[in-house]
Write a protein that binds this ligand. Sequence first.
Ligand code: ZN
Length: 127
Amino acid sequence: MNEEKTSLWRALIQAKCPRCRRGEMFKPGGIWKKMYDQCSHCGLHYERHPGYFYVAMYVSYALSVAELITFTVAIIIFSGGSDNIALYLGIILPAIFLLAPINYKYSRVIHMYFLDPGLKYEPKYDK
Ligand SMILES: [Zn+2]
């Protein structure tokens, strides 16, 4: 058995279970990842109560706003302050749609890792 503890950021980026950092949260394949019902390693039920992932919707919104601001600033910098609205819309709208599946996945991960006070990493499961 591997006794080394899994780091928070590695587990978060790989979308591992927030309690054991070992089990997968999402099924492989597809752009819109489907979640497993429970962790294959520690048995944690991911949807802890009905409507549990409602908070993740707000996280996804915040991620989208952050991406929008990032793309806007990048366009301003690289275009030399262009005022062509088509340039902004032509880059930002496709980028937001392309990033939507990633936002969906990581909004749930961020919600479970940082915004659920009743869910903590438990090293006893990380082995
Ligand atoms: Zn687990």
